[in-house]
Design a protein. Structure first.
Length: 371
């Protein structure tokens, strides 16, 4: 079973220059720290490989965290990690086929979008272990079906109930807002994106009810919302953020890897005092250019769970039961307030601890597709 470990904010692990692989995408090259040893030299039979979503391994977000966890495991095992980046969804199947051809026996696939390609590859290669991040590989490709068992027996799903952590962020945003309006937007309406928006909305509404304060959430009504149509830091990310900010929003939550860069541009163009909430990683740490804007971040501890899943494979005793990160097992959480420490209500941290305890003991309900 995956162990539970406390989320610890750390500095960015350096990603190095790209190497050419026999696949459709590119990937960071490995350094000379000794992890380039092959399995025969190290004594480990594991040959770990990893495929990114279209955001790439330097997205300061979920692709990067997963890569860092896989790299940590490879370093500890004394074997070489073979990474390959996807530039679009058309790369997913060919990249997986390439890694199978290179003899990979543990393949990490990063993101909901890779679910269909992962299931096809797993069915065709039953002797390979697949670690699928952010999808249950269960009951079709909608990502919202979850009964605790993957369709293919050789897929280990790593899931994260980020609605719980986003609930805390929504509560904090509702406490911080001066305009009474907070907003969110996403890359695409995948369940692993909207789960953040669901929790954020619920947390802000819970605060409004408890404090009898008028707080409005824009950009997501629980079923429909604002989306850029992808996960790139492009004009769509900026224009969508501007549309949200134009509704008198002074706290914004962009959900979708690099699209937060569009929010930064929109904030700067507005000339207003607007706070941003990051997702997946602590953006204050992973992207120092955000430090003047990031109030906090909603964390998914993908680095540790990816590392532990690969180490479990090396032990030869793989438990394919889906791992679900929660507030209770520290699989999700929120980052410190960093530069906003002096700007937030001095009682807010204690209130968040109380709300967190209520979520964990079930007295405060947070709804998501993961239960």
């Amino acid at each position: 079973m995956l162990k539970t470990r406390k989320v610890v904010s750390s500095g960015l692990v350096a990603l190095l220059a790209a190497a050419t692989l026999a696949a459709c995408g590119d990937a960071p090259a490995k350094d000379d720290t000794g992890s380039g040893n092959d399995s025969s030299a190290s004594g480990s039979d594991v040959k770990p490989c990893i495929v990114s979503d279209a955001g790439g391994f330097d997205d300061k977000s979920f692709n990067q965290l997963s890569f860092e966890g896989a790299q940590q495991a490879a370093d500890e095992l004394g074997v070489k990690l073979t990474p390959v980046e996807s530039n679009s969804e058309n790369d997913f199947a060919p990249n997986l086929e390439s890694l199978v051809g290179q003899g990979c026996n543990v393949i990490v696939t990063v993101g909901f979008a890779l679910a269909a390609a992962t299931k096809d590859s797993a069915e065709a290669n039953p002797d390979i272990e697949y670690i699928l991040i952010d999808d249950s590989a269960d009951g079709g490709d909608d990502g919202a079906t979850f009964d605790g068992k993957a369709d293919q027996p050789n897929i280990k799903p790593l899931l994260y109930n980020t609605a719980q952590a986003a609930f805390l962020a929504g509560y904090a945003a509702a406490d911080y807002t001066k305009t009474g309006v907070v907003g969110t937007y996403g890359g695409m309406p995948f369940p692993t994106v909207t789960i953040f928006m669901d929790g954020f909305k619920q947390g802000a509404e819970y605060y409004a009810k408890e404090k009898k304060k008028d707080v409005k959430v824009v950009g997501w009504d629980g079923k429909n919302g604002s989306f850029t149509g992808g996960f790139e830091a492009n004009e769509a990310a900026t224009s969508t953020a501007k549309q949200i900010l134009d509704q008198d929003v002074d706290v914004i939550l962009p959900v979708g890897g690099p699209i937060y860069q569009g929010a930064i541009t929109a904030i700067e163009d507005s000339g207003k005092d607007i706070a941003m909430i990051g997702v997946d990683a602590d953006l204050y740490e992973t992207d120092p250019t955000t430090q003047d804007y990031v109030m906090t971040s909603i964390l998914k501890n993908m680095k540790v769970s990816t590392y532990e899943a690969i180490m479990e494979a090396d032990g030869g005793d793989v438990d394919y039961t889906p791992y679900v990160g929660t507030l209770d097992n520290d699989g999700v959480g929120i980052a410190p307030f960093h530069n906003f420490e002096s700007k937030v209500n001095p009682d807010l941290a204690d209130e968040l601890d109380t709300v967190k305890a209520g979520i964990i003991d079930g007295s405060i309900e947070v709804k998501s597709y993961l239960g």
